[in-house]
Structures are given as C-alpha cells and as structure tokens.
Design a protein around this ligand. Sequence first.
Ligand SMILES: [Mg+2]
Length: 460
Amino acid sequence: MDGCHADSKTVNLTQLKNLIPKILRATQGFNLNVVTLHSSIRDHECKSLKIIRLKTAVVEANFDWTFVRIESDEGISGLGECFFAPGLSSILRSLESLLRGEDPRDVHRLFRKLRLATSGAGSSAGIIYNAISGIEAALWDLLGQSLGVPIHRLLGGKFRDKVRIYADCHGSEALECLDDVLRSRPARWLSHESTHVAKDYFGAGHDEPASTPAEYKQRALEKQAEGFTALKFDLDVPGTYAADPHSRALSNRAIDHAVSLIGAVREAVGVETEIAVDCHWRYSASDVIRVAHELEPCRLLWLEDPVPPDSVAALMEVSAKVRVPIATGENLFLFEGFEEIIAKHAISIVTPDLQKVGGLAIAQSIAQFADVHTMPVAPHNISSPVGTLLSAHFCAAIPNFLALEFHGSDVPFWNDLVEGLPKPIIQDGFIRVPEKPGLGVTLNEEVTRRYARKGEPFFE
Ligand SMILES: [Mg+2]
C-alpha cells in the first residue's frame, strides 16, 4: 500500500475514489482488497487537506451577490456567499492569509481564528461577519465534499425533506437593482428598451404613493399561482406619503394607504395564503403600533422590523401592544445579537440572515435558543441559489423552522447560476433539500461570468 500513499500526492481524493474499480481489476491476485484500499483512502482523508487559495467573484443581480471560493490542495473547493457590503471583496481577500495552510475541516476553530484576528478580540457585529459568513459556508461545503455527505448531515440531519419558501414581493414590483450602498442602478440584464427610473430610498417622500392596492393584488395573485403559500410585501416603499423621511412619523393618510395595500392582498389570496409585512425599521414605536392595530384583521404571519432591532425597549413596547407577531433579525450578528431580544421575548419570530449573521454554526445556536423560547425561525435571504441552498440545509436541520425568504423572483438568471439540481430550484413554493455532498451545487461559471460585476476580480 505504500505505492498508493505515494500516488496520493499527485492524485486528488475524488480521482482516487473513482480509480478504485480500475485498481482492483489491475491488482487481482496481488492480495489487495477493498477494505485495505478504503482504509488507505480514509488515512489519506484524515491526514491531508490544506487550504491553498481564497478567491472571490461578484455578480450584479438585484443585489451584489458576492461569492467566495476556498481551494484545497486535494482539488476540492468550497463555495460560499456573503451578504453584499462596500469593500467586501477586499475584506475577503485580506482574510486569505489567515486561512492559507489551514485544514478547512476545522470549521469552528477557523471561525474563531477569523473572529479573533479581525476584532481586537471584542467585535460583535459588522461587515466583517458578512465576509466570515461566506467563508464559513465555503468551509462547510468543502467539509461535506471531503466526507461525501450533504451539509444538512453535518448539522445533525433533517427534520424535513422540503423547505417552505416565501416570496418577497417588494412593493409590488420586485424588479429592482441596487448597488453595494443601496443606490438604485439600471440592471445590465434588463432589455435595452426598458427605461430605468432610479429610486431614492433615503430621500424625501413623494406626494403620490409608489404602488396601488391593485398592483399589490396583482403581484400577490401571480406569486400564489406559482405555488407560494406565504408572501411578503413592503409597507415603506418610497413615496408612501412620508413627507419627512427622517421623523419616523406616519400620517393618517399614509396608514390608510398601507392598510389598503395589505387589505387588497388579503382579499385576493384568501385566508390560506400567509402574508408578512416589512417596515425596514422606518417608523416610531407609537406609529407602527397604530398601523399594526389597523392591520390586525388581515391576520398577518408577521410584521417585520417595525423599529430598529437595537432598541429592545421599543421592540418590547410594540410586541406588547399589538396582536401581530413581530419579527426581526436580518441586521443582527452572532448569538449575542439575538440573546437579549429572544430571552426577553421582545419579538415573536427570529429572522437571521445566514450570509451575514456569522455562519451556520452561529445560526444553529440562535435557532436552538429560540426553540427553547418556543420561537420559530424564518431566515432572511436575498441571495443567489448558493446562499439560498445553504439556508435550505440549515432550515431542514432545525425543528423550529417557519419559512425561508426568496428575493430573486425577477432576476431572469437566478436558476441558471448553479448546476447540480433539477430546475427550477423552487417548485410549488418549496426547495427540495440537496442530497449531494456539501452544498450540492456548483456555480455555472459561464453564466456567473456573463453577469459578473465590472471592476471586481472573477475568481482570479
Ligand atoms: Mg426585511
């Protein structure tokens, strides 16, 4: 068997496994058997796997989908996705030196190393965790591939084979393209005839609302017809009679309009399809309570981010005074970011974003703590299929899963970006959890390159 060990220096693990039948045929009569050969491979698996490179690429979709690839000396590479952020590729590449030469299977230790190295040992939030989340995801992908098992197995196995997806419907028109500081831009993948009207998410409101109840109703019926059993709409789309965008105040006229939008959706889809509503932290506790009271007859699945999540007292006030479940979490980091609001029941539904919260292991600890407090988890997700499928593995592996977001309805190449699964990836409002090793898909490099953001490295 020494010869086999010698060969392993030039043949990667996957190639070696594929060679087993050939080796057995060629060595018949030489006292070599399957058990010793597999034993040799297992030894090989235990001894040698080193990170040699970290590469990045950014796809210009409705958001900047930022990918990180971690390559090993065995020819196996892991793929992860990060929530967009200014300067993110540069941060990712800076972290490469901390990973090079490390065994990628030591996922928890490497997370700890990255956290300590980038934080002065005390960081608890921020863009660095967007980067670390993508790296951690790539490590799980690599680990799963090295062992030949899907990521959900590494997390302890499945509670369900299919993950329920809810469709984000934005403000009736989901076709929006935002850069890494949320400036509206013309999408390169739109036809040349289309005329882009830039929206200003931080400017003054307009006299006329951006959307009508009829538009919300139409969008809801489209998504319901596609098989989604849960939908989410924005209440704070630009132009909803918000005269002063900084005051957090809502006029009676604005509240009436918001209620008319969601009322139209409820009337259109009936009681079976569930409706969530997103406020994006824009309102005062007192005014969002007024809105929530008006929306109570709509029997919402949840009211998302009514006030900033770091104001625990404001969240508790809203939760205590309305009969609508309050959800938050997409802008919180690590377990520590969630601990107080869960322990104090300042919210009812927990919505971590796996592309920024700090990684799968952190998300699992949050879900377990939420489960102790009887709270469901509904991960926020604006990612490509790469991040969405990672979230699907997570959602399959926790008991208290409610629904996973899908934010790419109108990106025409969303399904085409990856290979390895039946298409469309979302069928009748569900994703079947991948069973192939690791994440279960690889990037279609041709499609990825076609929509790559100009000026960004492309896995170079
Ligand atoms: Mg949200």
